[in-house]
Design a binder for this molecule. Structure first.
Ligand code: PGA
Length: 246
């Protein structure tokens, strides 16, 4: 399985930040994996013009609706029109900060597919849920509720992002990551059959140059979703260099 290394810029980046995308383009060469950067929606069109297909671009969220009276929302079709080929849905910062439910996340994934975008559906437990021994059950429930039954390996990736590892510098141990990815694989196969077997499962949460190679070489790791360390091309390139050669 070809891995996917995706960058999530979150609410960071002005036009001047396009220089990082140019540096990424210049440093990428023939990457050993698929590469995606999700800048703020305001930059997607300019980024598409700048990178000219050297790597893919994505959104960080989308509406369930195609168009209409939804002030401030951005549809999947608009992201596609701006040059995106993917969109992150159900990030914990959306689930927690904006009260997004599993059902809403599932509807956003469906909206993404309808617009021709790949959906990256995020799941992950909080620290207290892990401490209570509920991490696997939480992720299983989020997968059951937010991955529509029609998901297939070509249009969907899952990102396992333990909430307590996001932006904190803390990561689960390699054994914990491998165990959770094996569990998520089991859930996906049970729900989706063959499509669940081929679907990429990314790890996200404090991925950085110093830990990328170890994480990306674990079993059942389909790639990484990278926040803070995707903002600088040099760090992101160092993470990509950790990808397991096919
Ligand atoms: P981080 O964020 O790499 O800064 O921990 C990951 C994410 O939120 O996707």
């Amino acid at each position: 399985m070809r891995q996917l290394v995706a960058g999530n810029w979150k609410m960071n980046g002005l036009a001047a930040s396009l220089s990082e995308l140019n540096a990424l383009k210049a440093g990428l060469g023939s990457a050993p994996c698929d590469v995606l950067v999700c800048p703020p929606a305001t930059l997607i069109a300019q980024a598409a013009w700048a990178v000219k297909g050297a790597f893919a671009l994505g959104g960080q969220d989308c509406s369930t609706q195609v168009s209409g009276a939804f002030t401030g929302d951005i549809s999947a079709q608009m992201l596609k029109d701006a040059g995106a080929s993917a969109v992150i849905v159900g990030h914990s910062e959306r689930r927690q900060g904006h009260g997004e439910s599993d059902a809403l996340v599932a509807a956003k994934a469906s909206a993404a597919w309808e617009a021709g975008l790949t959906a990256i559906i995020c799941v992950g437990e909080t620290e207290s849920q892990r401490d209570a021994g509920k991490a696997e059950a939480i992720c299983q429930g989020q997968i059951a509720g937010s991955v529509p039954k029609s998901a297939c390996a070509a249009n969907t990736a899952i990102a396992y992002e333990p909430v307590w590892a996001i932006g904190t510098g803390k990561t689960p141990t390699s054994a914990e990551i491998a165990a959770m990815h094996a569990h998520i694989r089991k859930c996906l196969v049970a729900a989706l059959g063959e499509e669940g077997r081929g679907m990429r499962i990314l790890y996200g949460g404090s991925v950085k140059p110093s830990n990328a190679a170890e994480i990306l070489n674990l079993p059942e790791i389909g790639g990484a979703l990278v926040g803070g360390a995707s903002l600088k091309a040099s760090d992101f390139l160092a993470i990509i260099a950790g990808v397991k050669p096919l």
